[in-house]
Design a protein around this ligand. Sequence first.
Ligand SMILES: Cc1cc2nc3c(=O)[nH]c(=O)nc-3n(C[C@H](O)[C@H](O)[C@H](O)COP(=O)(O)OP(=O)(O)OC[C@H]3O[C@@H](n4cnc5c(N)ncnc54)[C@H](O)[C@@H]3O)c2cc1C
Length: 378
Amino acid sequence: MEGLRFDDISLPHDAEALRAEVRAFLRDSLPHDALPDSDFNHGHDAAFSAALGRRGFIGMTWPRRYGGGERTFFERYVVTEELLAAGAPVSAHWIADRQSGPLLLRYGTEAQRERYLPPITRGESYFSIGMSEPDSGSDLASVRTRATKVDGGYFVNGTKVWTTDAHRNHFMIALVRTEAPSENRHAGLSQLIIDLKSVGVRVRPIRNIAGDEDFNEVVFSDCFVSDDQVVGTPGNGWEQVTSELSYERSGPERFLSAFRVLVELVRLVGAEPTEHQAAVIGRLTAHLMTLRQMSISVAGMLQSGASPAVEAALVKALGNDFEKALPEIARLAAPHVGDDHRFRATLAQTLLHMPAFTIRGGTREILRGVIARGLGLR
Ligand SMILES: Cc1cc2nc3c(=O)[nH]c(=O)nc-3n(C[C@H](O)[C@H](O)[C@H](O)COP(=O)(O)OP(=O)(O)OC[C@H]3O[C@@H](n4cnc5c(N)ncnc54)[C@H](O)[C@@H]3O)c2cc1C
């Protein structure tokens, strides 16, 4: 395992103490008749995000002067895993909390932090990720959306695609080309904060296999973005975007997307499982606990200021394989007697969203490449 580090870290006591508080909050605030869904992409609910913000559950690790809670990454971990396990509707604020805010904290100007972070922590301001383009997904360095320098800012032209929630969110942090391509493919890229309601932005929802409109095509035609909306240093976009991916890839949302299927399987099987059902549930649970331990270890590294990109890629790659295998294993183990409505409905919902698990946030093949490089194999 040379090149990879997973410290043996347990959640500290104060983080565990928070768990009861989060569970009580969820018991009081989630509707009892809804079908919970553990996919972080599920449920864009402004009222729920605002309620989380009031409880101090967004921007938990950020400085207080920006509305944050100055709590630990471990405490944040407990909150995120409880939200996902309960199937809470978290997608509105998720990207802003998980990665846009931390990116602005690390690279943004003081004015950007003061403007954008407090509304995020209140659960009122939502961000989209503007990385992928029609011909640039895995090969992100080949993005062609260009920002041409003009007096006081840039004119942005080009197309982003698969942009989650761009039709519902307020801002996009877009990776754009501010200089012509050169020998160094990673040079000349920058990140801009773009108001999705600006003149020159057209957002067209794309319907997925489940019939939902969650992601979009976003077309920029001479969209003006002022100089003060550049994140970090112009031309440093590649370094910034790769640092963002450590936050994007290691959290519990990378192995819990199908968790509710397991919950419903356990409920359906009841107190007297067959030997096969007990073995299946035991195996899935053991696998889940191993992934969780690895993910907590990455949270520990983030807490100590490290940037564990390779470890995060490994958590995501193994986690996505697990969440994609879980529904099929559960389907085959489920009994065909008794009241199986909730199990079947959760399974059907998950099966339709499952193809995305190993694609979004970097495909399985790309992650394996990152891991191989981290291990010195490429
Ligand atoms: C539900 C969902 C939400 C998304 N949300 C967002 C979002 O909010 N913002 C955003 O920017 N993007 C988003 N994406 C896009 C996602 O990041 C890309 O789809 C993904 O990175 C793959 O890019 P691509 O679709 O262009 O496929 P391609 O890069 O064309 O890849 C096609 C296939 O070829 C394989 N492949 C490509 N290159 C290599 C290689 N070098 N070695 C081995 N195999 C390779 C891939 O693994 C894949 O199987 C979302 C995607 C989904 C499914």
